[in-house]
Design a binder for this molecule. Structure first.
Ligand SMILES: NC(=O)c1ccc[n+]([C@@H]2O[C@H](COP(=O)([O-])OP(=O)(O)OC[C@H]3O[C@@H](n4cnc5c(N)ncnc54)[C@H](OP(=O)(O)O)[C@@H]3O)[C@@H](O)[C@H]2O)c1
Length: 247
């Protein structure tokens, strides 16, 4: 699995990671086996959040990474309604408990909403000083929101912006990716497989993908993911709840 430096952290992180939204809806043992298979295959960036299954996904991730925490780039997210300074610290403690770990590699604000960013960033800074998070970032931020973060935190603090990016949703290519590349911020593509609505093989787009895949002895989904991570700043976190899909 290819790795590349993750924004200002400079840590080498797998270009493909693993998402966990709705993973709690799958058979628990199978979904945990899928995450472990993904780790075996080098997809060591695991993305979760306090929202997913109201904490249940974090607990499943905790089981999946038991005994191999040091080999994982572990990411969780805080909901905006918890993102005051003290709320951020408390939410992180709850996530750490469910994940059964002492630290997150990255902690993200899930979306902006009416959050006072100064408060959230103060919470992130506190957690970073305590060693409970190693880096922090945001999700679903457009350029004006990113500028607001930069104004408060300065350069080199914001590690990542996790955003919607797939073959049908390429809006971030216009302004968000250029902004992130300019300021050295990692971009993480979510719903990279269209959140389960990947082009059918018999659709026009699906046929083109299959032709490209056949030429490269790959699958259509592998072609799509490879296309997204062609930018040096971009990582992708497809979600699979069976080991077969992880392959
Ligand atoms: N920050 C945010 O606001 C935000 C929003 C959305 C998502 N995310 C993160 O990004 C992750 C990925 O996005 P997503 O969950 O929306 O969807 P996704 O990764 O675009 O698609 C997941 C779907 O693809 C299927 N799939 C995966 N591998 C497959 C394969 N080899 N063959 C056939 N089907 C396959 C999965 O099926 P099975 O489940 O049956 O394996 C699932 O239905 C999330 O899990 C979450 O961690 C973040």
């Amino acid at each position: 699995m290819e790795r590349r430096p993750f924004g200002p952290t400079k840590r080498e992180v797998s270009v493909l990671g693993q998402g966990t939204w709705h993973i709690e809806r799958a058979d628990r043992g199978t979904a945990i086996a899928a995450l472990r298979r993904g780790l075996d295959r080098g997809m060591t960036h695991i993305d979760t959040g306090e929202m997913y299954g109201e904490g249940f996904a974090e607990e499943m991730v905790g089981r999946a990474i038991a005994g191999r925490r040091d080999g994982v780039f572990l990411v969780s997210k805080i909901l905006p309604q918890h993102a005051s300074r003290s709320g951020t610290i408390a939410a992180c403690e709850r996530s750490l408990g469910r994940l059964n770990t002492d630290r997150l590699d990255l902690y993200l604000l899930n979306w902006r909403d009416n959050v006072r960013l100064e408060e959230t960033i103060a919470g992130f800074d506190h957690l970073k000083r305590e060693g409970k998070i190693l880096a922090w970032g945001v999700s679903n931020f457009d350029v004006p929101d990113l500028e607001a973060v930069r104004y408060i935190a300065g350069d080199g603090q914001l590690a990542c912006n996790q955003v919607l990016y797939n073959l049908a949703e390429r809006g971030i290519e216009h302004l968000v990716i250029p902004w992130c590349e300019r300021y050295g911020v990692a971009v993480v593509a979510y719903s990279a497989l269209h959140h389960g609505r990947f082009p059918e093989p018999r659709s026009p787009g699906g046929r083109v993908l299959q032709q490209i895949a056949a030429a490269h002895r790959a699958t259509s989904r592998q072609v799509a993911l490879r296309f997204l991570v062609r930018h040096p700043s971009v990582f992708a976190i497809p979600k699979a709840s069976t080991p077969e899909h992880t392959n």
